[in-house]
Design a protein around this ligand. Sequence first.
Ligand code: GLY
Length: 372
Amino acid sequence: MTQATVHVPLEDRAYDVRIAPGLIARAGAEITPLLNRPRVFVLTEERVAGLHLEALRAGLAAGGVSMDALVLPPGESTKSWPHFTRAVEWLLEQKVERKDIVVAFGGGVIGDLAGFAAAVLRRGVRFVQIPTSLLAQVDSSVGGKTGINSGLGKNLIGAFHQPSLVLADISVLGTLTPRDFLAGYGEVQKYGLLGDAAFFEWLEVNGPAMAAGDDALRLEAVRRSVQMKADIVERDETEQGDRALLNLGHTFCHALEAATGYSDRLLHGEGVAIGCALAFELSYRLGLVSQEEPSRVREHLAAMGMKKDLADIPGDLPDADGLLDLMGQDKKVVDGQLRFILARGIGAAFVTADVPGDAVKALLAESLCARR
Ligand code: GLY
């Protein structure tokens, strides 16, 4: 297979996710059917711009589409009010009209910020996601969650706003650092763990070759991840129920990201991988799975050369109480009760509020001890 399309069937908000090598080179032809006039407005960041912006300009021009671009600084701190304000005001200065298209060209930070800017600009304009990281291709560019961070936590300010098209160009994955690629892989393996044991087995066999650069395997991994996300988003667009399954590992991850200051000490996808391993360990301690399951999760992460527990995070961390406090900021708190995604097996995750705080605290305390 050299290309794939996953349809996200959301009535009047339905769209396609196209997955193939070389999509940036034909971006103009892909986007033109959506355009009212042959001009788009691109939000991107310095690293992506340095590597790919001229290729995007050429790909759009080949389809007769011109572009203007705002290049923001790279990194998580861009997902904040000051850069959001700058992006929205730049779009207004460009006289973006209601029927125009904003293009989010970058990883999760740019996708979330640009999507939120499109959601509020003139009470909502359409946008196209061209995700350039593995994490953005398999997760954040699909499903319409947009937003920025608050000083109190990640993604606390935002809106649901579905893109009109997603172009996941597999070729750009070759320009990621191995660390960034593997951080994105944290979200890929999550899909197998949460709902598709056969996909997890496929990853156990093919993950290392995929990480080493096999484009056909990369396309298949992105396709299966996006298909699973599309199926879940179709069932529960605004996270009233099943969509929370996508947050497997994220309650732990968000606390660890806050504890490490959203810094290079821990990338989001690395936190997701560690969080998944902790969620399976917690499931074991609560008698839901056998001891083999968390071991298998950790073994696969180790085989991929990934962080798999708290011992792999450099520098100091708060104690177990401190981490529990940080978990209290999670968006999955309902009536003050933390909700966790646990599992009854690999590929069989479920959402529950019925998790004794003592069990979580004991798990964190022991994992922290293993660091010393
Ligand atoms: N990244 C989780 C979600 O889109 O729901």
